[in-house]
Ligand binder design. Sequence first.
Ligand code: C2E
Ligand code: CA
Ligand code: CA
Length: 572
Amino acid sequence: MAWGDIKLISWGSLSLRVTLNSIGDAVIATDIDGRVTFMNPIAERMTGWRFKDAYNEKIENVMPLQDALSKQTLRNPIYIALREQRVVAMALNSELYNQNGVNYTVEDSAAPIRSEIGEVIGAIIVFHDVSETMAMAIKMSHLANHDQLTDLPNRILLQDRLTVACASAKTNRLKASVILIDIDHLKYLNDSLGHQFGDDLICQMARRLSALLSPSHTLSRLGGDEFVILMADLVTIEPSSLMAKKLIDAMHEPFVLDNQRYNVSVSIGISIFPDDAQSPEELMRHADVAMYRAKQEGRNRLRFFSSELEKALLQRHEQELLLRDSLQRNQLIVHYQPKFDMTNQRMIGAEALVRLEDKLGNLISPALFIPLAEESNLILELGKQVMFSACLMTRQLLDAGFSVPISVNVAAAQFASSELEQHIKHAIATNDLPPEMLELEITETALMLDASLTQTKLEQLKSIGVNISIDDFGTGYSSLAYLQKFKVDIMKIDMSFVRDMMSNKHDFEIVKTIVSLGQSMHLKLVAEGVETPEQRDALQKLGCHVGQGYLYSKPLSEKDFVSFVHQHMPQN
Ligand code: C2E
Ligand code: CA
Ligand code: CA
């Protein structure tokens, strides 16, 4: 493998790790002190170290090098790459003497790893065996680890990969999934057509399944009519359900045996680590249980070990499709909830709250699909569309003679995005709005994620002229020192404290403290979830004068909101 310096966006990057795991050379990476941060399976085999044991060990312990002739210890090229900040080739005749007493003549090179800004954050060494030993060993191990009929990894190799996958899932807080595939009625086919055709079918099946996989997955044949797909290092479980569906679809095309077409179906069982199982053995067993359930229910189908998981996954998947579709057609629904001045019962503004409509016309709560939008990276587009709708509404009301400032919720990812500024400017300019008519509600938690970045970001947004409020105040862990530096205008007291403030002394005290904190910072205070006249009066007495909640109005559809405004606001 030849290369220049490596630049890494993020060394933890999954795809990079996956690639390095599947290349044919041994790869070890270290930090700037030469301590191991990564090694791929081939490096594990050549050094005799398991990654989990080698992690944080000095490179010279994990990969001791000596001159093949003199047997003198050689300095590991990693150190030279680190010191001189360049790519270095290994000395000729280097020999790696490994834990198990096997020596390999190795060659190749080391290179510094640089961060995005060019600073050296570690080094990486790539090497391979040039001796006969390795070639022989590989051949032997290939024979021992692969199925003779299909040449796929066999049960032994699968077991090994499962162990690695579960360990990696544990350390990296990821998931691994086992998909067990069983050909329906293979026995019948074997008995009626003969074993040779059965074998032919198995080979065709192996090719068809392989075609669906990416190199980071393992397809293994357990023997008989059973195959297993192992998917490691998953962030969510969705890829495995998608894969299972692809598998079922791939069976629609008949198989041709002896010039005849045969329809073949499979039953599939899926189990997830660590959700369904705590060990590689349990993971396999539970995939088996799920597969049997699929068989019992009539074959040609897939089952998850956990039925709740299955339901949740399908539902999520449908909601994501629905959300994508609504975004594509610009069909999100936005409701508006009025805000009132509690001293004179006048409406003074509103908050935009998004809704998703399902195929039956039911509205889905944002509490369900906002997290989904965040995970699937749809939140930026969602926020952009809601902001635009809200500005459009404000413009329509202005044209009808009503001045109704509108607030929109800004998710953490949106706040962090460099595009937010552009989206705001676009929405304001297109609708020709005075910027102070738009308010951004940013949660306390989002603001506190990276306090110093928040400060610059807020200054940027403030310079556009929009108002900024801290949403759900009281639920995060704000550092007061930072809070005071933030350029915000409004503080929204979280509904959870308002709800029980009349019956729970502790909550009442929290509301009281938040109000005095807000006052000391010269912020406007807004209470969320005001439902009763008692809450309204108490809040007012404490010094919070703006309220939003069912006492005044629930969030309203566009049409109802427009008539609400006509009833409750003075016309210019
Ligand atoms: P939030 O910002 O705290 O919004 C207030 C939520 O409280 C709304 O729920 C509203 O319907 C509800 N609510 C208002 N008054 C009362 C009351 O008197 N009693 C009770 N029990 N509830 C009341 P909703 O519309 O379901 O929104 C839930 C959350 O979803 C919002 O909480 C907000 O965090 C998020 N969200 C809504 N729209 C958007 C959006 O466009 N973008 C983003 N990023 N998040 C949004
Ligand atoms: Ca809000
Ligand atoms: Ca809230």
